[in-house]
Write a protein that binds this ligand. Structure first.
Ligand code: GLV
Length: 344
């Protein structure tokens, strides 16, 4: 008996073919977040789901779908899944780290350049027919070279951003949620980066890029007080998760021009974007496309599909985020049950 899998979104044909060898697949391709009852209706009777940041996998959903054993989240972030509740129910959760670092760091750098050099604003200016000729004071913005970038969270994506920032001649400070260790020496050697406390980073950085995961410790990590500490010329970039910033506080800082600009690929209640942001020139707004490159998205999907195939073949998937939920004996049994049902 094949595994019953719900795929939220699409799969490339080659990956569909790979998965369909092992699974009976239902696809739900949705443009906007599905209401929980709709999601519930599709998830009923499924043993695995390939989900994305758009899909909230709540404890109610888990309760309503007792056959669910695996949530293969096609993203590195997994804040859309109630991890604690999944673990309590022995539902294994996997993600797709390592394959999207360069793409996401590229986008953070693109946002920084777009904000500093006012690229979107300048593009609108040309399209609107406002350009009358070269002017030495037209669309000025801050130089990058020689300035200081602050990196909040220096995991894989933060390090990829550090490499790019160094190439642009930026000095680096960073925060890290771990005790000091040899990694800090490595960052010093490799990026000439200095580890500081958040408060110091906020005060020293000309540009700040957020690269930490969203969890209970980082929700609203950047609030009113933190924004107050930033330099008025600071540019804030977020390609991580919207709720790491208190969005209301950020909007009011931007409206009052208390920081220079913001480049946002993520928002607190996606896909909602506050009207006030839409009206500002000093923000660049993107629809959560950090990893949206052909090769990167293919690799993410491959990892998500491979996790389903591995688990239901009795092998621990490569990227399990709730290690406690993986019980080899249980999965051996699940695999055996499937094989027995197939051979009948
Ligand atoms: C996308 O946002 C991801 O977490 O991979």
């Amino acid at each position: 008996m094949k595994v019953k899998v719900l795929v939220l979104g699409r799969l490339l044909q080659s990956l569909h073919e790979k998965l369909v060898e092992h699974a009976e697949i239902e696809y739900v391709d949705r443009e906007a977040p599905l209401a929980q009852d709709m999601l519930m209706a599709h998830l009923k009777g499924k043993e695995a789901v390939i989900s994305e940041p758009l899909d909230t996998i709540s404890s109610e959903l888990m309760d309503a779908c007792p056959s669910l054993k695996l949530i293969s989240n096609r993203a590195v972030g997994f804040d859309n899944v109630n991890l604690m509740q999944a673990t309590q129910r022995s539902i294994v959760v996997t993600n797709t780290p390592g394959v999207l670092d360069a793409a996401t760091a590229d986008l953070a750098m693109a946002l920084l350049l777009a904000c500093a050099r006012r690229i979107c604003e300048a593009d609108r200016y040309v399209r609107q027919g406002k350009w009358t000729g070269f002017k030495s004071d037209l669309m000025l913005g801050p130089d990058l070279f020689g300035k200081t970038a602050g990196i909040i969270g220096i995991g894989r994506i933060g390090q990829a951003f550090a490499q790019r920032a160094r190439a642009f001649g930026l000095k680096l400070v960073y925060t890290r949620n771990a005790p000091r260790d040899e990694q800090d020496d490595k960052f010093k050697d490799e990026f000439h980066a200095q580890r500081v406390e958040l408060e110091e980073l906020l005060q020293r950085a000309d540009f700040i890029s957020i690269h930490c995961p969203l969890n209970s410790q980082t929700r609203h990590l950047i609030g009113q007080a933190e924004l107050d500490r930033m330099k008025p010329e600071c540019i804030l970039i977020n390609t991580a998760r919207g709720a790491i910033i208190d969005q209301q506080a950020l909007v009011s800082h931007l409206v009052q021009r208390r920081i220079y600009a913001a480049g946002l690929d993520v928002f607190e209640n996606e896909p909602e974007v506050p009207q006030q942001l839409l009206e500002l020139d000093n923000v660049v707004l993107l629809p959560h496309i950090g990893s949206a490159c052909f090769e990167t998205r293919r690799r993410m999907s491959e990892l998500a599909v491979d996790a389903v195939i591995a688990a239901f073949s009795g092998s621990r998937p490569e990227h399990v985020v709730n290690a406690d939920a993986w019980n080899q004996e249980r999965w051996d049994l699940i695999t055996k049950e499937h094989q027995t049902a197939t051979s009948k």
